[in-house]
Design a protein around this ligand. Structure first.
Ligand SMILES: [Zn+2]
Length: 52
């Protein structure tokens, strides 16, 4: 997958970031959407939180 899962941007100049989104699961995000959705993005590899 080589486009942003939020806005659909697939410009080759845009670097995409792989993230675990709270609602959308594992997706690719452009940096703009990363900034916008930051609060919904889970820490990478974060399935073993300490405090449930
Ligand atoms: Zn985007």
């Amino acid at each position: 997958m080589d486009k942003c899962s939020i806005c659909g941007k697939n410009d080759k100049n845009v670097s995409l970031l792989y993230a675990s989104h709270r609602e959308l699961g594992n997706i690719w995000l452009c940096s703009d959407c990363w900034a916008k959705e930051y609060h919904k993005i889970l820490p990478s590899g974060g399935s073993r939180g300490c405090c449930g």
